[in-house]
Design a protein around this ligand. Structure first.
Ligand SMILES: *Cc1c(COP(=O)(O)O)cnc(C)c1O
Length: 364
């Protein structure tokens, strides 16, 4: 079956604005004072499609360094961007080494065993590597003890071709958290032992913490797609790079006392018009939006009423002029990730990467 076998509006739409992603990248670069800006494209480029997003960043924005979580993502990415530098955050296992070499992929090495394993490969065959130092998130990276051992192991260090040293912030979304300054201090100390080796600490939130956090390379993800990574104001010029649009399948007039949806969790208090939209939790629009989400149409913010169903939601359209077949924005420029996160208590990351396949995808 190919695309022309069904009409394009038979599904809800996910529109991805590649130009906005390029411009957000350029603004990240600017916010980071012009240091090297890598792109975080793990999880299918935060659900937006790595096959489209990564080549666009490479060719149109001049992004050369890409990070993914695992080797499978990296090998896929290699086929889309043959000339990019690709790092795998999850580290290496012995049976992965051949693949790293064959596809010219750089591992981020997370402990001394991985470092020894990588150092055993003849240097002529081996891509450069990154070393990840854990400065407090306690997730991946060399522990403080391993960090000391590695710093003092000059012969091991000389055997490796280290293209990047990095660490990751635990609380960059909260600029008032003292852990940021502590991680910065610890990472700065580590960098002094690696003069001349590029260093990287900041994700999107870290970029906004200021120049001390930028080092030689920043690694934004969320900012590229228009999310706000911090509890401060959204940086100027960063905008939503995607829109989720649903279609009205039916509109009903309800009288006071009538309810909407499974569980009858919402009841009309006056006569109102309720539109049923073709998006539900199977599309990634989760039940955390029950009776609290928002939609947007006809220049008006609208309330999601009742429970989110598998394939549908209900929106109160009493105050606007709209007909069956009309389009309603569920996420995008007007209903921002930040707003959606606030009402649902889902993180912006979960909302973004939760976007499912059922949408008709349009890349602009
Ligand atoms: C995901 C990730 C990033 C990007 O984080 P954002 O908050 O989306 O900018 C950067 N560095 C590492 C190690 C990550 O895992």
């Amino acid at each position: 079956m190919n695309k022309s076998d069904f009409p394009p509006d038979s599904q809800a739409t996910l529109t991805i604005d590649l130009k906005a992603i390029v411009e957000n990248y350029q603004n990240c670069n600017h916010l980071a004072g012009g240091v090297e800006c890598a792109a975080m494209v793990k999880a299918d480029a935060y659900g937006m499609g790595i096959e489209q997003v990564a080549p666009t960043l490479f060719h149109k924005a001049g992004c050369k360094n890409f990070f993914v979580a695992n080797l499978a993502e990296a090998i896929k990415l290699r086929s889309f961007t043959p000339d990019a530098i690709i790092y795998v955050l999850n580290g290496i296992f012995p049976n992965h080494i051949d693949y790293f070499i064959r596809h010219n992929i750089r591992p981020v090495l997370n402990d001394l065993d991985q470092i020894r394993l990588w150092a055993e490969i003849p240097s002529t065959a081996r891509p450069p590597c990154a070393i990840h130092f854990d400065t407090g998130i306690n997730r991946l990276g060399l522990s403080p003890k391993e960090t000391k051992l590695f710093i003092n192991d000059t012969s091991m260090r000389e055997r490796l071709d280290i293209s990047l040293i990095m660490s990751h912030l635990a609380c960059s979304d909260d600029r008032t958290n003292p852990m940021n300054a502590q991680q910065l201090a610890d990472f700065t100390t580590i960098t002094r032992h690696f003069p001349g080796t590029p260093a990287s600490l900041a994700n999107s939130g870290g970029i906004l913490l200021g120049p001390d956090y930028h080092f030689d390379m920043v690694r934004p993800g969320l900012l590229l797609f228009g999310g706000n990574p911090s509890n401060g104001v959204m940086p100027e010029n960063i905008r939503a790079a995607f829109q989720i649009t649903g279609k009205i399948l039916q509109i009903r007039t309800l009288e006071p006392g009538q309810s909407v949806g499974y569980g009858a969790t919402w009841t009309a208090s006056k006569t109102c018009h309720i539109a049923t939209i073709n998006i539900g939790y199977a599309d990634g629009y989760l039940q955390m939006f029950n009776n609290c989400g928002f939609a947007y149409a006809d220049k008006t913010k609208l309330a999601i009423v009742g429970r989110v169903s598998m394939d549908m939601i209900a929106v109160d359209v009493t105050d606007i002029k709209i007909k069956t077949g009309g389009d309603v924005e569920l996420l995008g420029a007007h209903i921002t990730l930040e707003m959606a996160s606030e009402v649902s208590t889902l993180s912006q990351y979960e909302i973004l990467t939760g976007v499912r396949e059922r949408y008709q995808r349009i890349y602009n």
